[in-house]
Design a protein around this ligand. Structure first.
Ligand code: UDP
Length: 365
């Protein structure tokens, strides 16, 4: 008998493979009252699919992950775009060639575009901290402009630290994109599950070999009686925080219903410089839900505090990795317990990365 702790994508993938491929009996528990972990979504009274823990857009280049997930859902052909409001002007994020023309006079945009084409290959992605290493005065000006207008204050709100003090891989997720492609992701496969993420997880767990128990804390289960345990909660929690807590950033969402068909021009609008929130999500865009009302969510970042809010983002730093590795080392004493997922691996996975990790763990077992 197998125990899976956590019913997000990591837990659902490993539970599904253990039950349907290996033919094992699986109990999957989650302390939340719903399936899906932070991918949980639901239709509200207006028929709008709400992503309860913020926008989730599925995207992957992995044929394996895509084919695996396609067993459980169809996707719409949604390609995510993000608008950023810079000095009152709506422009494209990642900042790209089209953004130049949004924010600068045409002649200056043309000059910058030409200089960029002279210095970089078209369609390259350059992390902002790399992009700042320019010799040319105009490109230096541009790099500082993008750094200040798009990254500095957004990152300060999101992480409580400046872009130079957060792990460079974090800001590199949203590079400067020397392209006219306005999409947020360039992955081969992208979309939103047609019946929502919660339904995908439900479908993954539909098996005569799987039993699901919600509202169930790991602490209340006698895990030692299971042959194997897959733990997708935070690894420090498993060890009762004996070496101290792993830090996370959290976010909270303030939902508003508006009596108008659409509130903003796009599913996601970032506010790098204004207001306390980082971005506003307008959920009806994702599945093109029809309603004369609309629901938006303003996203506010804050530190994770045990018992107060949810873990969202592991914080990459030497100290935190050192602490994580202490727990990982401790985990070696329990060869039948496997840690995975954003919290179990303390790693900023996207959904496809979490699924790929679970599949790989299963295949290597
Ligand atoms: N970022 C930024 N300004 C933006 C968008 C992103 O500074 O308008 C930075 C910020 O540090 C953020 C990181 O890029 O945490 C990664 O952004 P992404 O959209 O990938 O974050 P997620 O959607 O996972 O919260």
């Amino acid at each position: 008998m197998i125990l899976v702790v956590g019913a997000g994508f990591s837990g659902a993938t490993i539970a599904n493979l253990m039950a349907e491929d290996a033919g094992e009996k699986v109990l999957i528990i989650d302390k939340k009252k719903h399936l899906g972990g932070n991918c949980y979504d639901y239709r509200d009274k207006n028929g709008i699919m709400i992503h309860a823990y913020g926008s989730h857009i599925f995207h992957t280049n992995s044929v394996k992950v895509w084919d695996y997930l396609k067993q459980f859902t169809d996707f719409n052909t949604y390609m995510h775009k993000v608008i950023g409001l810079i000095d009152g002007i709506e422009t494209h994020i990642p900042f790209n060639f089209n953004s130049l023309y949004d924010v600068f006079p045409k002649s200056y945009a043309e000059l910058l575009e030409q200089k960029l084409l002279d210095n970089f290959n078209i369609n390259t992605k350059v992390p902002i901290l790399e992009f700042q290493k320019q010799d040319d005065d105009d490109l230096k000006y541009l790099a500082n402009y993008v750094y200040h207008k798009i990254f500095l204050y957004y990152t300060t709100k999101q992480w409580g630290a400046s872009p130079k003090d957060v792990d460079s891989a974090v800001t590199a997720r949203v590079p400067v994109y020397l392209s006219k492609d306005d999409r947020y992701f360039q992955d081969r496969f992208q979309g939103i599950p047609l019946q929502g993420y919660t339904q995908v997880i439900k479908n993954m767990l539909k098996s005569k070999n799987i039993k699901v128990k919600l509202n169930t804390d790991f602490k209340d289960v006698d895990w030692k009686r299971f042959d194997k345990v897959f733990f997708t909660g935070s690894i420090d929690e498993f060890f009762n925080y004996k070496f101290g807590q792993l830090p996370y950033r959290s976010v909270k969402f303030k939902l508003e219903t508006h009596n108008t068909e659409y509130y903003q021009s796009n599913a996601c609008v970032n506010y790098p410089n204004n207001y306390d929130f980082t971005r506003i999500h307008e959920y009806k865009y994702y599945l093109n839900d029809k309603s004369d009302k609309t629901v938006i969510a303003k996203e506010y970042s804050e530190d994770f505090e045990l018992g107060k809010n949810e873990r969202y983002y592991p914080i990459a730093s030497d100290d935190n990795y050192e602490l994580y590795h202490k727990y990982l080392y401790e985990a070696e004493k329990y060869p039948n317990v496997y840690f995975l997922g954003r919290l179990g691996d303390y790693k900023y996975y996207n959904m496809d990365g979490a699924i790929a990790r679970a599949i790989e763990l299963y295949e290597n077992m």
